[in-house]
Write a protein that binds this ligand. Structure first.
Ligand code: G3P
Length: 228
């Protein structure tokens, strides 16, 4: 199984055309190269259909973008934790702003992931929600103010207080939970700012997937993460 460590740069490919199918695999190879060269952990969350081909081709950690709070059975159209695990994912994003769940469903999704030894990266939209989620004891909380997602305005600069509050409160509730932040991150400086605010990595999408040279930006991010 691919290993995970911090600092972590987790790249969510969402449903961008540039991160679909063969282009997703190409991005995964670039991420693997940047990871090998810098020693920074770079993970990828492709679409479900790309999980298996990517997980078979690279050694970096691969995540699902979502799992449903269900057990095997009659759940048409849902995503089963066992299925993403068998496809090669080592974990899953849960409760992304673009795939929000009720607190009770976040709880079941975390529990299902833990039953299968899948790492849980639970997204939150503010410090209060981060604290509620921390009580459910996930491996990671990723704080992402939704209004900054995809804007190129970095959370670490536009809303540093959301990160510092989240770090402070989550650590009080559950010191074992690792904190990432995301939204609007496009430069190495944004990554170092996020780390200086107390996070152990970032969750990023368009800053990499839509970049002209994703490999160069990944190197820039990883070098910035190493420098702090
Ligand atoms: O999952 C990461 C994401 O929501 C942040 O998106 O495009 O602002 O990096 P982006």
């Amino acid at each position: 199984m691919a290993k995970l460590w911090t600092p972590l740069i987790l790249v969510n490919l969402k449903t961008y055309q540039e991160g679909t199918g063969k282009r997703a695999l190409d991005l995964a190879k670039k991420a693997e190269k940047a990871c090998r060269e810098t020693g920074v952990c770079i993970g990828l969350a492709p679409q479900y259909t790309d999980l298996a081909p990517i997980a078979e081709s690279v050694s970096i950690p691969i995540f699902a973008q979502h799992i449903d709070p269900i057990k095997p059975g009659s759940n048409t159209g849902h995503v089963l934790a066992e299925a993403v695990k068998e496809a090669g994912a080592i974990g899953s994003i849960i409760n992304h702003s673009e795939m929000r769940l009720r607190l009770a469903d976040i709880d079941v999704s975390i529990t299902r992931a833990k039953e299968l030894d899948l790492i849980q990266v639970v997204c939150t939209n503010n410090a209060r929600v981060s604290v509620s989620v921390a009580a459910l004891e996930p491996d990671f909380v990723a704080i992402e103010p939704p209004e900054l997602i995809g804007t190129g305005i970095p959370v670490s600069k536009a809303k540093p207080e959301v990160i510092t509050q989240t770090v402070k409160l989550v650590k009080l509730v559950n010191p074992k939970t690792t904190i990432l932040c995301g939204a609007g991150i496009t430069k190495g400086d944004d990554v170092s700012a996020a780390k200086k605010l107390g996070t152990e990595g970032i969750l990023v999408a368009s800053g990499i997937v839509k970049a002209k040279n994703p490999y160069q930006v990944l190197l820039d991010f990883a070098q910035a993460a190493n420098a702090v």
